[in-house]
Design a protein around this ligand. Structure first.
Ligand code: 5AD
Ligand code: SF4
Length: 469
């Protein structure tokens, strides 16, 4: 493991003006958000500071997403704009380097260099600890594609995030514990872009969690493409599953809240359900995608469970933690989906009653088994189904928000609100909540009473007795 590198404080103006600056644009999921922070760490050890202002950057890095066609297309249109920016810079005799990281980099590699002459470096999700080397090579005139699969563990080679950087990112943090997926759902590129399942070792995870807490983080979300497939050897020599890991993490003093995402129904084992029953630190919110309601489509998607099995699982989870809020992902218009199949999706949504959800039109991904299926659903049918599904999900989400009014809850104060004197906090159910509080209280967990709902957030007033934090 690399030694802890001491970095300039984010607000050290003198250092900032002498350093190279990197602007990182993140597309896609939370794993990419986490990876962007770790790429920032790798670059910090190479003398870069991150900037929020693309105009002052010497390096622009796109951390890309390949999950749906639209996400991948965005990258090429962004690269078109960056080519013009680079030309304008070069006309002034200044450097602008352009890097493409993430899942499009992994999937398309060399093709990106061919299509986008302005790109200097293409780096995959498993090799970004080698970013400084790749940039050095690119600066000496050789454009680089480095998308090898894990020959070495990048986490062993990345510098630890400095305390100052963790602080600058706030009181909630992501922590990747697992990457890749072995499930091979027939619509999904993840097993190809992120590779097969790899779990980080317990000690690495605990160390990173402790470092986060040490720097003031109160809530940690464990990340993995298939996070509940995480497995590792515990300090007791037993094989641990995610549930065991959560019990261990919940023991870290100061770590007030835990979450994890994204889960597959097949990997919700008993220990994990028990963790929901036993651990107050484990927040009552679970993102458990089902994708579709019809058994025929679930089978064609290779989800390896039926609708009834999913419902039964949710029943068990709710029995363990009655106040748990469910969240999910849905795909409409998978090849061969009939009106009746779609009705089954609506039915399962009705039965579960989701507090939040994400829904998408099926998008054909090259290289996946779904791409070979012939009976594609017409675009206008997908549009109509998505509208109906989203109307139902939005109604459930609004009903859930309304059902919170009048409740007294613990709120983790997270960031300044839009109005002076207001702070935005996070409810146990992952809702944004506005409350009157001082910004100096950020990081505290206070008791509040929910008094109203807005379009995307709730309003609360402090309850009489302040909880210690
Ligand atoms: N088309 C549409 N949605 C997809 N997802 C994954 N692959 C596709 C695809 N080819 C959705 C799934 C998954 C979420 C992250 O993205 O719902 O859970
Ligand atoms: Fe993709 Fe399925 Fe793996 Fe999720 S479980 S990442 S949808 S293949």
């Amino acid at each position: 493991m690399n030694e802890h590198v001491s970095l300039p404080a984010a607000d050290d103006a003198a250092t900032r003006s002498n350093s190279r600056k990197v602007f990182i644009k993140t597309y896609g999921c939370q794993m990419n958000v986490y990876d962007s922070t770790r790429m920032g760490d790798a670059l910090a050890s190479d003398g870069y500071v991150t900037t929020e202002d693309m105009g002052e950057a010497d390096l622009i890095l796109l951390n890309t997403c390949h999950i749906r066609e639209k996400a991948a297309d965005k990258v090429y249109s962004a690269l078109g704009r960056l080519r013009d920016m680079k030309k304008a810079r070069q006309a002034q005799g200044k450097e602008l380097m352009i890097g493409v990281a993430g899942c499009v980099a992994q999937a398309e590699g060399e093709e990106i260099l061919r299509r986008s002459p302005a790109v200097d470096v293409v780096i995959g999700p498993q090799t970004y600890h080698r970013l400084p080397d790749a940039l050095k090579q690119a600066r000496s005139g050789t454009r680089v594609v480095d998308t090898e699969y894990a020959v070495e563990d990048k986490f062993e080679h990345l510098p630890a995030t400095s305390k100052a950087q963790i602080r600058s990112r706030g009181v909630t943090a992501f922590l990747t514990v697992q990457e890749g997926c072995d499930k091979f759902c027939t619509f999904c590129v993840v097993p190809y872009t992120r590779g097969s399942e790899v779990s980080r070792p317990v000690s690495q995870i605990i160390d990173e969690a402790k470092r986060l807490v040490d720097a003031g983080v109160r809530e940690v979300t464990l990340l993995g493409q298939n996070v509940n497939a995480w497995a590792g050897e515990g300090p007791d020599g037993r094989n641990w599953s995610l549930g065991d890991l959560l019990y261990k993490l919940a023991d870290i003093p100061g770590l007030a809240r835990l979450r994890y995402t994204t889960s597959h129904p097949r990997d919700m084992d008993d220990k994990l359900i028990e963790a929901h029953r036993d651990l107050r630190a484990l927040m009552p919110y679970l993102h458990l995608p089902v994708q579709a309601g019809s058994d025929r489509i679930l089978k064609a998607m290779n989800r390896r469970h039926t609708g009834a099995e999913y419902l039964r699982l949710i029943e068990r989870i709710r029995a363990a933690r009655p106040d748990i809020a469910m969240s999910g992902d849905f795909i409409v218009g998978f090849p061969g989906e009939t009106d009746q199949d779609f009705e089954d999706t609506l039915k399962i949504v009705e039965e579960v009653n989701y507090a939040s959800a994400f829904s998408f039109k099926y998008s054909t991904r090259p290289g996946t088994p779904g791409a070979d299926l012939t009976d594609q659903v017409p675009e206008e049918v997908k549009t109509e189904r998505l509208e109906r599904l989203q109307a139902l999900l939005l109604k459930q989400q609004a009903d859930f928000a309304t059902s919170c009014v009048g409740k007294t809850i613990d709120l983790l104060l997270e960031k300044p609100g839009r109005m002076p004197g207001q702070v935005i906090g996070r409810s146990p159910w992952l809702q944004s909540v506005n409350v009157d509080a001082k910004t100096s209280q950020i990081g505290e967990i206070i008791r509040v009473r929910i008094i109203g709902t807005g379009p995307n957030s709730l309003f609360a007033e402090p309850a009489e007795s302040l909880m210690g934090s």
